[in-house]
Structure formats: C-alpha cells, structure tokens
Design a protein around this ligand. Structure first.
Ligand code: GPP
Ligand code: MG
Length: 284
C-alpha cells in the first residue's frame, strides 16, 4: 500500500469536520515554530521558560520567542519518547494522530526504527510525507490517511504506540481496543493529554471552551484509567505535567503568535479543572 493510502478515514460527519479543520489549519504558532528545524509539532510545551527572550532587541525578539516556544514543544516530544522504553532499530512504532509528523521524526532519530503515522487529514499526511522525503527517511517514516480507531495494520505489528494530544478526538474504549490489538505483548503505550479533573466535577467552562476551539471532547482522568484497564494496558508511569505546562502558555500569551486560547488554558490549569498528564502503560 502506498504511503498515502486512505483506509476507513474519516467514517462519520464528526470525523469529516475534524479532517477539514486540520486540512485547512495554518496557524503561524505551528508553522513558524516548525520552520526552526523542520520538526512540526501539534502539541504544547513543557518546562521553565527562559524569560530573557523578552529582553532581546526588538528586531530579533519575535524570532527568539519562537525559538524558545519551539524548544519547550521539543522538550515535550522528548519527554514522551523517554517513556517508550527500550526500542530497537528493528522495532516498529505507531504515531496515532501524527499531525505534520514532528513526533515521528523525533522517535526515528532517537531509535533508528521505522515509524508509521496516521491522521485523518490528507493535507497533514502529504505535508509529513514531504518532510520525510526532505529528511531522506521516507523508507522508514511513513504517513497515512487512516482512522486511528481502525488502522488496518496487522495485529501485534507494533512495539510502541503513542497519542500526543490526540485522544480527545476519539472514544477511548474504541481507541484502546485498537491499540491493544496492534501492540505486541510487552509493548508500550504512551499518551500526553489534557484531561478534566474528576475531583473538580464535570467539565468547567474553560474545558468546554477548549473543546469548542478545537472541535474535540476532552475526557476525564478516570476514563483513561478505566479504559486502559479494560483493554489489557497496565499503567507503569503517570506524570502530572500540569505545573510544567503553565510557563509555555504564559510565554505564548505574550507572543505575537497567540491564537486566543491562551488565557483559557491558563485559567483551566490554575483553576484545577484541567490537568496535563503523561501516562505510559504496558500491553499485557
Ligand atoms: C494542539 O495542537 C492539540 C490539540 C488541538 C488537541 C487538544 C489538546 C488538548 C490538551 C486539549 P496544535 O499545536 O495544532 O494547536 P495550536 O494551533 O493551538 O498550537
Ligand atoms: Mg501548536
């Protein structure tokens, strides 16, 4: 099958609307950060900000802020890869909801293995395959227009699978059933995600605003653990990255690339209704 194979994606009007969003998305906060080194991420950043970038002379300040935001997003991608476990060059990895491919290239660089990325968006898959050509890795890093709930890949084909901020577009029971099918026994699943906090209650106004902004459906923290347990996925690491996520949003709110959702994320995190988690689990 070619790298552009369309298989069961999208399957309903909701998924079509998500595909359209990502087919037409051209936010400078994603494209200008990606231009820094060709790794285009569709997730947020973590870690302390070097606030001295705001003191950069004016002609160079925007560029310095972009580099700093990209550094924080790269740190997030590296943290996810840190939890994939012992991946060998002969192993195969799946990037579920791969966007423009940044995380797949990070994993390939680190482990030297082949990586498949799936997205509902034809534009994202074509962009990411173009990046793979440019980087000379198109034999090992391939992007497909496929539905992560029904990928068509062979049972047990993967040593590792991750979702980097993409689980909020799908039903977790259906997603983990497919991941469980695709992972080898002993294989590793990792997600970094925003979830709503069960101790707060149901979704806050801020969580609902984030859902409306991206056309997604943020799940509760408890839903993750219930659905992992129901699908032979046993958590080995859980990191609460909420505090580590805040500086990125504070810098982004002060940058020329702000999209308007920054204050909502800050209020959601600081108000305790929303959490940014890394969960790693073993397939048993
Ligand atoms: C960011 O992608 C992630 C999502 C759209 C999923 C929602 C994530 C949550 C944690 C709720 P992006 O990098 O394309 O977004 P932006 O354009 O805002 O930078
Ligand atoms: Mg972004």
């Amino acid at each position: 099958m070619s790298a552009h194979t369309s298989l069961a994606a999208p399957t309903d009007p909701y998924q079509q609307s998500v595909a359209t969003y990502w087919d037409t998305e051209k936010n400078p906060v994603n494209l200008r950060l990606g231009e820094v080194d060709g790794l285009y991420h569709h997730h947020y950043g973590i870690g302390p900000v070097d606030w001295s970038v705001l003191e950069t002379p004016e002609h160079a300040r925007e560029k310095a802020v972009i580099r700093e935001m990209h550094r924080l997003e790269q740190a997030q991608a590296d943290t996810l890869a840190d939890h994939l476990g012992d991946i060998r060059p002969e192993d195969r990895l799946l990037d579920a909801g791969c966007g423009r491919g940044g995380g797949s290239f990070v994993a390939h660089q680190r482990f030297g293995c082949s990586v498949d990325g799936v997205t509902l968006s034809e534009e994202q898959a074509a962009f990411a395959n173009g990046q793979a050509e440019k980087r000379g890795v198109s034999d090992s890093v391939r992007f497909h227009v496929r539905n992560m709930l029904d990928t068509g890949f062979t049972k047990g084909a993967f040593r590792g699978i991750w979702n980097n901020e993409s689980t909020m577009y799908v039903d977790l029971g259906e997603l983990f059933a497919e991941h469980s099918r695709l992972l080898q026994r002993g294989g590793r699943y990792v997600t970094i995600t925003g979830c709503y906090n069960d101790t707060y209650g149901l979704p806050s106004r801020e969580v609902s605003t984030i859902n409306a902004h991206y056309i997604c459906d943020i799940h509760s923290r408890s839903t993750y653990f219930r659905q992992l347990a129901a699908h032979r996925l046993v958590p080995i690491t859980v990191l609460d990255l909420t505090e580590a996520a805040i500086p990125y949003w504070e810098l982004r709110a002060r940058s020329s690339l702000a999209t308007g959702i920054e204050e909502t994320f800050l209020a959601a995190y600081k108000g305790g209704s929303f959490q940014y988690l890394l969960i790693a689990a073993d397939r048993v």
